[in-house]
Design a protein around this ligand. Structure first.
Ligand SMILES: *Cc1c(COP(=O)(O)O)cnc(C)c1O
Length: 377
């Protein structure tokens, strides 16, 4: 065993001198918020994924909340999502008074299983929130087909998947609305931040309003004069700042290089574990190319807790993503029972996240492989 000199987190940002300079320049500019950087950043994101519109938010969770609002989810509506995700993918439904329905995952891809989605549809179903978990796109063709058949809105939670490919397209134009997060562990960072991309003008309008108190320049307001505006809905202050957008613009220049590096690391892991019986490496859905936000394996025939603790003792920041959302006390209190998604629960018990981020050195990657293989012996 070789202990790493410092704790190596499972994920972290990659920020360079250029990023720091653009933030400083923005601090010296007239606008710290509601300035020109937001729109520039939105345009760059929309162009990158090939979508018509982008709306930036203060974080990905606010973006999910706004998407549920724009989709018209409300009291009495059901929204289907996966239990193997960060809580925000489900919480956003609760923010607008809707009911979360969990559909089980596919054991190979760890993503929501379209067959299970179909089983959960009722006359009250309003939307589906598939998650591109670990950066691998969900089975979107099938999900969109189900949605069109039942007249459902699809909000793709791509918090992990900016830059991932689905059948020669970037993730971002497959669903009705797609959200990305810019938290420091995600593909690019704005510290906190998020965005929604969409081709739908009606959604665009609702999202922009929702982000800024429900305020708009109505025809009536224009008639009244330049100072006049109307608050027509109960919105929030979910705006991104120009400081964040400036950082995001600079980070976007490096996204492809970040993803390429993540793919190299994932490839290295997968090859290294090929003949290790206790480690099952992640399967990829045909036609997809993951952005590898996370590299997750299944441990067979060994104690996950023991491996986790021993790796942590070596300063290797292994992790587990995620505890099935409905196991959390909040959802338990709402009446969700253990066992409703058996594939997800079984998957979770064996799941382990290995560190992956662009700045990891070859020495660190080799050391992780060597240590875990030795430990399993
Ligand atoms: C990070 C994350 C979010 C929330 O993003 P924030 O920007 O942290 O609010 C939502 N869904 C998933 C799957 C995430 O990983």
């Amino acid at each position: 065993m070789e202990k790493l000199p410092e704790f190596l987190s499972y994920g972290r940002q990659s920020v360079d001198e250029e990023d720091i300079q653009v933030v400083i320049e923005t601090l010296r500019s007239p606008f710290l918020t509601q300035g020109p950087k937001i729109q520039q950043f939105e345009q760059v994101i929309a162009d990158y994924v090939g979508a018509k519109y982008a709306v930036a938010f203060c974080n990905g969770t606010a973006a999910l909340h706004a998407a549920c609002y724009a989709a018209g989810v409300g009291e009495g509506d059901e929204v289907i999502t996966t239990p193997i995700t960060f809580a925000a993918s489900a919480n956003c439904v609760r923010y607008v008074g809707g009911t979360v329905v969990f559909a089980d995952i596919d054991a190979d891809t760890y993503n929501i299983n379209p067959v299970e989605v179909t089983k959960k549809i009722t006359p009250r179903t309003k939307a589906i929130i598939p998650v591109d978990f670990t950066g691998q796109p969900a089975d979107m063709d099938k999900i969109m087909e189900i949605a069109r058949e039942h007249d459902l809105v699809v909000i793709e939670d791509s918090a992990h998947a900016l830059g991932a490919d689905y059948k020669d397209k970037k993730v971002g134009t497959l669903a009705d609305m797609t959200i990305f997060s810019f938290h420091p562990v995600k593909p690019i960072t704005t510290a906190e931040g998020g965005v929604i991309v969409t081709d739908n003008k009606e959604y665009l309008h609702k999202l922009q309003q929702f982000r800024s108190h429900g305020i708009e320049r109505t025809d009536y307001a224009v008639e009244q004069g330049d100072w006049y505006y109307e608050m027509t809905n109960l919105g929030y202050n979910y705006r991104m700042t120009d400081i964040q957008a400036a950082l995001g613009l600079s980070q976007m220049k490096k996204l492809d290089a970040f993803i390429a590096r993540r793919r190299e690391i994932a490839d290295f892991y997968t090859k290294a574990f090929k003949n290790v019986n206790e480690i099952v490496t992640p399967n990829q859905l045909e036609g997809t190319n993951s952005g590898w936000h996370l590299y997750m394996v299944q441990l067979e025939g060994v104690s996950r807790k023991l491996v986790f603790e021993q790796m942590r003792a070596l300063n290797i920041g292994v992790h587990v993503h995620y505890i099935p959302v409905y196991w959390h006390p909040y959802y338990q209190q709402l009446g969700y029972e253990h066992g409703i998604c058996p594939v997800a629960e079984c998957w979770y018990e064996k799941a382990l996240t290995l560190p992956i981020h662009p700045e990891m050195t070859m020495a660190e990657i080799s050391s992780i492989v060597k240590n875990i293989v030795e430990l399993l012996k």
